[in-house]
Write a protein that binds this ligand. Structure first.
Ligand SMILES: *[C@@H]1O[C@H](CO)[C@@H](O)[C@H](O)[C@H]1NC(C)=O
Ligand SMILES: *[C@@H]1O[C@H](CO)[C@@H](O)[C@H](O)[C@H]1NC(C)=O
Ligand SMILES: *[C@@H]1O[C@H](CO)[C@@H](O)[C@H](O)[C@H]1NC(C)=O
Ligand SMILES: *[C@@H]1O[C@H](CO)[C@@H](O)[C@H](O)[C@H]1NC(C)=O
Ligand SMILES: *[C@@H]1O[C@H](CO)[C@@H](O)[C@H](O)[C@H]1NC(C)=O
Ligand SMILES: [Zn+2]
Length: 542
């Protein structure tokens, strides 16, 4: 009778070994199956590689753009181009989630705190440019990547010294310290030195001496000349910008400041004088990708549709839909670039906050409203309220003749400018009353909004959650974007995602920034800044 069990069986060892082998094989086989399911092309499962290998990072910001702005631009384009109601913006095709935007000091953030979450992965107080709530300069993703060997760039349509771009390459206590921001953007007054290889946008005024024509610095330095001495290729006109041949006839470092303050709204833009955001972006992509072609590091680029926010502040729906569509074209250029690149490329597009409290739908009668949307009103406008206001101010300054002014307002402003023919006597009276005031812009924009049945709740920002869009040209990249950004998130998670993805520790950069000058006489700086608004800039800070 065999003994109980087979303790003494000579085959026992062999049986155990074979079972272990079988278990190991089954485990190995199932991981292979899982891997095959997740990575169809059979890329080896090396999870460390996306974090350490060469890649391009493209952070895109629609300033002041809530879900309703996307919605309005999409519907406007369908009307304008006679498209189906299910035709989508390029952005729509890459929607992955939404972001909660509160800052350290308020449920409603400003653009400075809003950009610092993307650059530093940190919530700070409204007005802060890459400094923490205690006003200590904090390292940014742009600086960390530059020190790792990436090439870096910023592309905007407002001043390059404005809050969003500034939060990536400068550190100041308050956003209105724009002369100090400009210094730091070229590497002065910062312990890190020059961190940015490419800047394209407006804001030449803060690079030019305060005592020169078009200059508005608080001192008499000429940073355009200083940049040239530092070796920057500089373009200050469309002609010079065009000689760069969309980036194929220029090398880094490069600086292109194409307007004293803002590049005009896309609706007002003279193509002979200013490039589109898409042209700016393609230029940056060409130069940055070309100059990192033989490097083992890629590039970091931030692109901002800066003035969607301005149209929100001014409650100008006709200007805003064109700004969103101009951004969507730039976004598509970035997606197409990624899809044609063999370098893993990561794109995230989101907003810092909503502006204007925009509503696509408005009650304009006492009785229960008809559900109407009048995109033809937006389509009829040939210029923004901002542009038309300046024309009235100029005309009023040039004539004392009341009849001429009335005729100018009726024909040039209402009919040609706004495409509005059913204006009233009161409309004309009001425009004449505001002939020297910025109130005129608000009045003109309200004429358009009311007729289009578009509503606004504020000239400031709101706390509405904003959308997140993302794309990568690799399956692995798509998986990472989904893992970290799918669904509803705090805005800081976007900045933190870049740090994780790029395997950088911003504390190291923060440490290196000790000793950086981040403050000037606050009252003097604020006063200087306020003295600039009102004439050419035409409005308060946003
Ligand atoms: C603001 O920052 C301070 C200092 O870091 C922190 O103690 C506080 O909790 C933060 N508040 C909010 C609302 O983020
Ligand atoms: C910035 O540096 C310059 C010298 O490069 C110096 O003259 C200036 O005072 C500094 N600015 C501040 C705010 O410290
Ligand atoms: C290329 O740039 C150089 C100056 O750097 C300029 O002289 C030349 O005209 C440019 N080429 C074109 C085709 O614009
Ligand atoms: C890359 O840069 C070189 C030198 O600046 C230039 O000759 C070439 O045209 C560029 N290529 C592209 C595709 O931009
Ligand atoms: C748009 O402009 C045309 C003239 O070009 C005018 O006939 C039409 O009434 C305008 N539409 C609206 C909604 O004001
Ligand atoms: Zn903003």
């Amino acid at each position: 009778m065999p003994t109980k069990g087979s303790a003494k069986s000579p085959y026992r060892g062999l049986v155990i070994s074979l079972s272990l082998l079988l278990v190991a094989f089954v485990l190995w086989f199932s991981t292979q199956l899982a891997a095959a399911a997740q990575w169809p092309q059979g890329t080896p499962l090396d999870l460390s590689s996306p974090f350490t290998s060469k890649k391009n990072i493209i952070m895109m910001v629609t300033d002041g753009t809530g879900p309703a702005s996307i919605n309005m631009a999409r519907s406007y384009r369908q009307y304008r181009d006679n498209l189906n109601y299910d035709d989508l913006l390029e952005l729509d095709k890459h929607f992955i989630g939404s972001s909660r935007t509160r800052s350290n000091s308020s449920l409603i953030t400003d653009s400075a705190a809003g950009a610092t979450v993307f650059s530093c992965g940190l919530k700070t107080y409204n007005g802060a440019i890459a400094v923490d709530p205690l006003k200590n300069p904090r390292g940014t993703i742009l600086e960390a990547l530059k020190l790792k060997g990436y090439k870096t760039g910023l592309v905007v349509t407002t001043s390059i010294t404005d809050a969003t771009p500034a939060a990536f390459n400068s550190h100041v206590d308050y956003r209105f310290m724009q002369s100090l921001i400009a210094n730091q953007q070229l590497g002065f007054n910062t312990t890190l030195g020059s961190m940015t290889d490419l800047m394209i946008g407006g804001g030449r005024c803060f690079y030019l001496p305060g005592n020169s024509v078009g200059g508005c610095r608080d001192d008499n330095r000429n940073l355009i000349e200083e940049a040239q001495k530092l070796g920057f290729n500089v373009a200050t006109s469309k002609k010079e910008f065009d000689s760069w041949q969309l980036g194929q006839n220029v090398s880094l470092p490069m600086l292109s400041l194409l307007a004293y303050y803002n590049i005009p709204y896309d609706l007002d833009r003279d193509e002979e004088k200013y490039p589109s955001l898409e042209e700016e972006t393609i230029t940056a992509l060409n130069v940055l990708s070309n100059s990192t072609r033989d490097s083992n590091q890629g590039f970091f680029l931030m692109v901002e549709g800066s003035r969607i926010d301005h149209a929100g502040h001014q409650n100008d729906p006709a200007a805003q839909v064109r700004e969103v569509l101009a951004y969507d074209k730039a976004f598509k250029a970035v997606i197409d670039f990624a899809d044609s690149s063999d370098v893993p490329t990561y794109i995230v597009s989101t907003s810092d906050h909503e502006t204007g409290g925009l509503d696509v739908g408005r009650q304009i009668t006492k009785s229960y409203p008809d559900y109407l949307w009048k995109p033809d009103v937006l389509d009829n406008a040939t210029h923004s309220g901002e542009y038309l206001t300046q024309r009235v101010h100029e005309f009023a300054a040039s004539t004392k003749d009341a009849g001429q002014l009335t005729n100018f307002i009726e024909k040039q402003i209402f009919e040609f400018g706004l495409g509005i023919y059913d204006y009233t006597f009161k409309d004309v009276q009001k425009a004449i009353e505001y002939k020297e005031s910025l109130e005129l812009g608000n009045y003109l924009n309200e004429m358009v909004s009311h007729r289009a049945q578009v509503g606004w709740s504020t000239h400031g920002h709101t706390a509405v959650d904003v959308n997140i869009y993302a794309h990568s040209n690799t399956e692995e990249g798509q998986q990472l974007l989904h893992k970290y950004l799918l669904g509803n998130h705090e805005n800081v998670e976007i900045g933190q995602f870049w740090q994780t993805l790029c395997d950088v520790n911003l504390d190291d950069i923060t440490h290196k920034l000790r000793g950086t000058v981040h403050n000037v006489d606050v009252e003097a700086a604020e006063e200087h800044s306020e003295s600039l608004y009102g004439h050419e800039m035409g409005s308060v800070e946003w």
